[in-house]
Design a protein around this ligand. Sequence first.
Ligand SMILES: *[C@@H]1O[C@H](CO)[C@@H](O)[C@H](O)[C@H]1NC(C)=O
Ligand SMILES: *[C@@H]1O[C@H](CO)[C@@H](O)[C@H](O)[C@H]1NC(C)=O
Ligand SMILES: *[C@@H]1O[C@H](CO)[C@@H](O)[C@H](O)[C@H]1NC(C)=O
Ligand SMILES: *[C@@H]1O[C@H](CO)[C@@H](O)[C@H](O)[C@H]1NC(C)=O
Length: 957
Amino acid sequence: MSGRSSIHSGSVLARLLWLVIVSSAASCCCSSAAVNISTSSDVIVRCMEREKHALLQFKQGLVDDSNALASWESKEDCCEWGGVACDNQTGHVIMLDLYYNLLGGEIGPSLLELPYLYYLDLGYNSFNGTIPKSIGSLSRLKVLKLAFNFFSGSIPPQLGNLSNLHTLDLSSNSVTFENLKWVSQLSSLRYLNMSYLNFSRAVNWPQSISQLPSLMELRLILCQLPDVDMASLSFINSSTSLQVLHLPYNFLGSSVFCWIGNVSRNLVSIDLHDNRMKGPIPNAFTNMDFLLSLDLSYNQLEGGIPKSFRSLCRLETLNLLSNNFSDRLEQSIGNLSCAQDTLKSLYLGDNLWWGSFPDDLTRFVSLQELDIDNATMSGSLPKSFRQLSQLRTLRLGHNRLSGSFPDVTGLSLLSTIDLSHNQLNGSLHDSLGQLSSLTEIDLSRNSLNVVLTEVHFLNLSQLLHVDVSYNPAFSFRVSLSWNPPFQLDELKMASCKVGPAFPKWTLTQRRLSRLDLSNAGISDSIPDNFWDLPCSLSLLNLSINQIHGRFPNLTSRNCRIYLIDLSSNRFCGALPPFHKNVSALLLSKNKFTGDLSSICSTQAPSLEILDLFYNLLSGELPNCWFQFKELLALNLANNSFSGKIPSSFGSLESLYQLQLQRNNFSGELPSLENCTRLVLVDLGFNNLSGKIQAWIGSSLKEMWVLQLRSNHFCGSIPSSICSLPLIRVLDLSQNNISGVLPRCLNNLTAFSLVSQEVDDLPVPSDFVLQHIWKGAEREYRQDVRYLRSFDISSNNLTGVIPENITYMLGLRSLNLSRNNLTGLIPGKFGQLEVLEVLDLSRNHLSGSIPDSFTNLHSLAVLNLSINNLSGRIPSSTQLLTFIESSFAGNVGLCGTQLNTKCPGDGPSEDPEVTGGAESDGFITTGFYVSIEIGFFTGFVGVCLTLLRKTSWRCSSV
Ligand SMILES: *[C@@H]1O[C@H](CO)[C@@H](O)[C@H](O)[C@H]1NC(C)=O
Ligand SMILES: *[C@@H]1O[C@H](CO)[C@@H](O)[C@H](O)[C@H]1NC(C)=O
Ligand SMILES: *[C@@H]1O[C@H](CO)[C@@H](O)[C@H](O)[C@H]1NC(C)=O
Ligand SMILES: *[C@@H]1O[C@H](CO)[C@@H](O)[C@H](O)[C@H]1NC(C)=O
């Protein structure tokens, strides 16, 4: 649906601006026309030699790569040159209009030789250097436009000498100025535009402007205008003829209203959007009898529409979008009553209004645009709604509106309706079908209880965008042969009752670019001719249905399609060659069978995402992956692929997600050294072997997640693994890894820092990780940013736990269990204060449990069992929550949890031992069991218990 930006600045303002442009352009045309007429009549106008010379001199300083001034050489009479106009009586050059000619270079002083010039427009070129002082001597100048160039340096104060000037446009240059004194001398000035200049030092700008008695239009857009200094306002006693005041994108606070209230009584249009105004709207509008347009959007104004607005009887546009208004909406609307007949555009959205939709609004009979989107409005739309006969755009989305869709009979101009994200729970009035101008309707995310029939679409021949998604009780009853009166661009019926039959009428829509029928209760096969998709289609989402059939061979289709999402259906059969112009192909959770050999027959250079997760695919992977150069995410997990991982994976240089887990891949990993963008690598639960190669750490610097769990990797951990600054999940468990733990683990930045910075990970929206946390497999998406897990359990590690592990201050889960680690538990273990899971069980650790364990306040799972630990279990409330099994199998340990007294303890009462680590009990039972539970709703049913013995021999290379 189209966004807000188009309405943001208000159409009336745009029209006013347009009038200014047209009128100035018109005056220019008149004078040049006059010149032409005179040259063709009896009075022969020849330009002055001296002025011609000056023009040529001026041209010499310019860079004219596009040869825009060619006529300046071909013609003798300079009055006939492009952009030059002379007085028809005297022959003096009076106008120089070189607007938008791609000219560059510097302006020399030669302009001084054109003393009769009254119009000079050099706007929208690439002039640089300083604005020449000499312009200040062109005393007849009335119009000076230098906008959108690269002039730099300070503005010459001599410009203040131009007492006849009525139009000055210096906007968008790199010029600087300390104050605006020179401007206040321009007593004839009517139009002043200095937008995009830096006003941060011109604190007295309001005084300077107030001294321009003839000023009608002031435009200072994005000027870093400082707030108005209230103290200086008392000096202002003059008032101007200002009508148009546009000061958006500045630093103005509410005190600007005090200035506005005094500067003019003629204001027609005020634009102050994107400033820093806070608090309620002050009482500055009582005398603005002529005000047509007011834009205060994107500030932090509070309260409501003040009583002073009751005198605005001509108001046509009011824009208060995105502030903090929190008044009762009905009350605020009451203060607009004088504009009841004139108001055409009302934008109140993105505020905190409360109360119901104001019935009074339906008396604003001229209203064309109404936006009260996202404003916590409740209640239902009134019966009188159809009085708004001029309405074109209606945006009331993101509120709490309930009830039915109103009677809209007679609103024949209405073209956009957005009632999305509300609580509408009634039906749709049949009059909807009469809205012959309707192009866009968004009713998504309501609870509409509607059986949509052909009546609802009767005259909607202009309709382009339809979104009725997420209305669970919204169903369709149209005849099989229905031929709708429209050709849609976008149709979204996700999570509605569309099925069980496939909606054949969608086949009549030959201009669709987006079609979303996901989760729509369709349990049918797709009609054969459906796959003759319109060329315009770029997004196709049929996911989460029970659609059966085969995925067709689309290779002959020549149109680009961005997304095909058929995931979670019952598609079956072999995969055909991929469509060569598809970007994302999501086929997960279907019943596709066979191997992937077909994919080599087409080049699919634009394929970015290929998701075949959870199908019945098998066989060896073909070695043609260099054809998919743009591939970003590849998920082949949970299939039965076997054989080696092909070496051509190494050419997938854009790849950031590689998921091959839970297949039967074997052999060694090919080099992925060039896949330097990888952030997620999951190869878990395969039969891969060989050493963990050093390039993993030295090349894959972007990696967040590396899971190699349950394979036959062997050898020692390369120390290069410590140079993965972003890694937050490192799971090497259940392999044959030997040697000692690297001494550099504290270099893993994400593990070692507890800071917001580490959490600020730019996780792509399609990121999905299956990770075992506290023994159960869970799915992580955006929340991967908070994971910090290091698991190297069930390997053959020897040696001691290096002290530097206690500097991995960000760790939330550490599992070193089931190795052959010896020595003491480092004394500073308690530094790992955010640790939630700690498993050191089944090693040969000796000595006592360090006292610092009492600092492990977040610990929810603790297992130190089956070691050689001795001494007293340190006592803290947290440690008391663990039961015997956390400590069992350590002959020398004593303490409450083990129900054994330590030497030297006096007689004591029975230790009170409470429940302990509830849900994680299985870790402490001594069996290392990893249970995978249903990880997608609707796809429960697979429940694997894996009991792996790591008795494979390390194949030597
Ligand atoms: C000369 O131009 C003026 C406007 O600049 C116009 O009013 C006048 O009619 C013109 N005279 C001739 C002879 O074209
Ligand atoms: C001024 O413009 C000329 C021509 O466009 C260019 O060659 C020169 O580098 C520019 N000077 C500066 C300071 O940008
Ligand atoms: C709703 O408005 C609030 C301001 O009141 C804004 O912060 C928020 O982003 C808006 N939400 C949407 C969905 O536009
Ligand atoms: C797919 O279609 C193309 C073009 O129509 C054809 O050349 C190719 O043989 C087909 N492939 C399969 C496996 O059907």
